[in-house]
Design a protein around this ligand. Structure first.
Ligand SMILES: [Zn+2]
Length: 330
């Protein structure tokens, strides 16, 4: 472990810690009063399969706190966001299969360890919070955020608040059937959106249909001009997404739909056909704008920092932690 070093001038008071626990890595950062990241620690989530995953998260939180103190930037709050079923009000992670959490009272554990105000959040909903405060949905009260990563889970923001649902599992649109009776999904259903249109699903589907097994979604996107199978898998993905977005538009009437995750990095190659498919599926009403995420892979972490500030009783001004470049409208 290397000692943290200062950069970018003196660190003000009002610093918060934000931890994003993923299936592969855990990322923790120190945010200063102005929303700039001043220090980051990334550790593998599964460095040691024998290690208790909850202990690993707690250790990262303590390490971040110690780093912040070493930087003369005592934190005033912390938030930890995870995937899965998160009861934010109770501060409990009910169930998260890919990080092996079940009924973990994470808020109480981290509060005991650090003696700071703690917020526990859902990673995708936290990403929605970041987009609303300073990203592609800035100032909007009704919008959807869909990260297209290993899977697809939407953040549904209604009247300014991410909707958790009756059982903290709202937004599992990855398992929305887009081709009824279609290809099997690991969830047990058939024809689910994420079988066709998540970054992971796209790569698996390409390999299953006879393509090169090692190609990831980025490589498949790059191969569409010359590889008919890549073209077909890509077209099916964008059509499935457009169809799903039409259903979501008719249900929720969002002002905007923000797409993030690895697949969104394909830019116009993804957005143009998805917008076309959405428009053609909606006969009598206009389609909402479909824009790329402003924060990309750090959205959940920025959202966690916003939650940490709120937990500490600090205001979060509009534009706090905004990325340097503004999202491009299209
Ligand atoms: Zn499914």
């Amino acid at each position: 472990m290397t000692a943290p070093t200062r950069s970018g001038g003196p660190i003000s008071t009002g610093c918060v810690l934000a931890v994003d626990v993923g299936g592969t890595t855990m990322k923790g950062s120190l945010f200063d009063e102005d929303g700039r990241i001043r220090h980051t620690v990334v550790v593998p989530s599964r460095a040691d399969a024998d290690r208790d995953p909850v202990d690993a998260v707690r250790a990262l939180c303590r390490r971040l706190r110690d780093d912040a103190l070493a930087l003369d930037a005592p934190p005033v709050g912390i938030a930890v966001v995870t995937p899965g079923i998160v009861d934010e009000a109770a501060g409990i992670v009910r169930y998260a299969s890919n990080i092996r959490f079940r009924d973990v009272p994470l808020r109480a554990l981290v509060r005991d360890d650090l003696g700071l105000p703690v917020a526990i959040g859902h990673d995708a909903r936290a990403a929605g919070v970041a987009e609303a405060v300073a990203g592609a949905a800035r100032g909007l009260d009704n919008f959807l955020l869909l990260p297209l990563g290993t899977g697809i889970a939407a953040t549904v923001v209604v009247h300014g608040e991410p909707v958790p649902g009756a059982t903290s599992s709202a937004g599992e649109v990855g398992h929305m059937p887009v081709y009824p009776g279609g290809e099997p999904c690991p969830c047990g259903q058939r024809g689910c959106l994420e079988v066709y249109a998540s970054a992971g699903g796209l790569a698996r589907r390409y390999a299953r249909l006879g393509g090169t097994p090692e190609l990831d979604s980025r490589a498949i996107a790059a191969a569409t001009a010359t590889d008919p199978l890549a073209r077909s898998v890509w077209d099916t993905a964008t059509h499935a997404l457009g169809t799903a977005l039409a259903t979501l538009t008719l249900t929720l009437d969002p002002a905007r739909i923000v797409l993030g995750g690895g697949l969104a990095e394909a830019g116009p190659q993804l957005f143009d056909p998805v917008r076309d498919a959405l428009r053609s599926a909606l006969a009598w009403r206009a389609a909402p704008e479909v824009l790329p995420s402003a924060f990309g892979a750090v959205a959940a972490q920025v959202g966690a920092a916003v939650l940490a500030r709120r937990a500490a009783g600090l205001a979060v001004p509009e534009g706090w932690a905004a990325p340097v470049s503004e999202p491009v409208a299209g």
